[in-house]
Design a protein around this ligand. Structure first.
Ligand SMILES: [Zn+2]
Length: 200
């Protein structure tokens, strides 16, 4: 299925697009976040297969907070995990690099196990095993804007993953997968522009 949201797609619960299978090579400006990396082993699972065979989906989140540290502390508390954090506008890493927070070979805990959508992986559950999770630092209060660099950085992660994982096809929001509980990345996130930057 080829999802092409219109310019009117303002509801994060409609955020999804699929990737044509012609990936260009795409290096990523990332640095391992030492605290997150140390925590990841206790807050992520095995995928049940090699990532090249199992990764089919990227899920876009927003932190509903102001800092990378705040997001990483969620990992340290053992509550959730994700593969990258795109730093916030006031952080030193903003404009320079994203943080790698969990090895890609592991299934991070960023989508509730029961969540599914008929347009994604044929309605399968346990989507953490099939996905990569990107957290973007944003207060998600309806006011805090995403920066142009953040949109580009999130798009660069997807392009990097698209080139690396041959079965990756879906890009969607957490809100689309967990419609009753989540709204991230929020209506402020410029999904149509993001999609254009991913697809180049
Ligand atoms: Zn989320």
């Amino acid at each position: 299925m080829n999802h092409m949201p219109t310019a009117l797609a303002r509801d994060p619960k409609d955020f999804q697009f699929d990737l044509p299978r012609t990936p260009p090579p795409a290096p990523l400006a990332e640095k391992i976040h030492p605290r997150a990396w140390a925590a990841a082993g206790d807050v992520a699972s095995l995928r049940g297969g090699p990532p090249e065979e199992t990764i089919r989906l990227v899920v876009i989140h927003a932190t509903a907070g102001a800092t990378t540290d705040g997001a990483v502390s969620v990992m340290e508390a053992g509550r959730a995990s994700f593969h990258w954090v795109v730093p916030g506008k006031d952080e030193a890493a903003h404009g320079a690099h994203v943080w790698a927070t969990c090895p890609e070979r592991l299934a991070a805990w960023h989508v509730r196990r029961s969540c599914a959508h008929p347009d994604i992986c044929n309605g399968a559950t346990n989507l953490n095993r099939a996905s990569l999770g990107i957290e973007i630092v944003n207060r998600q209060d309806g006011e805090d804007p995403f920066s142009d660099w953040q949109i580009g950085a999130a798009a660069a992660i997807v392009r990097y993953a698209w080139a690396k994982y041959p079965k990756l096809v879906h890009v969607t929001s957490h809100a689309r997968l967990d419609r009753d509980r989540r709204t991230d990345p929020g209506a402020n996130f410029p999904w149509t522009e993001f999609m254009a930057r991913v697809r180049g």
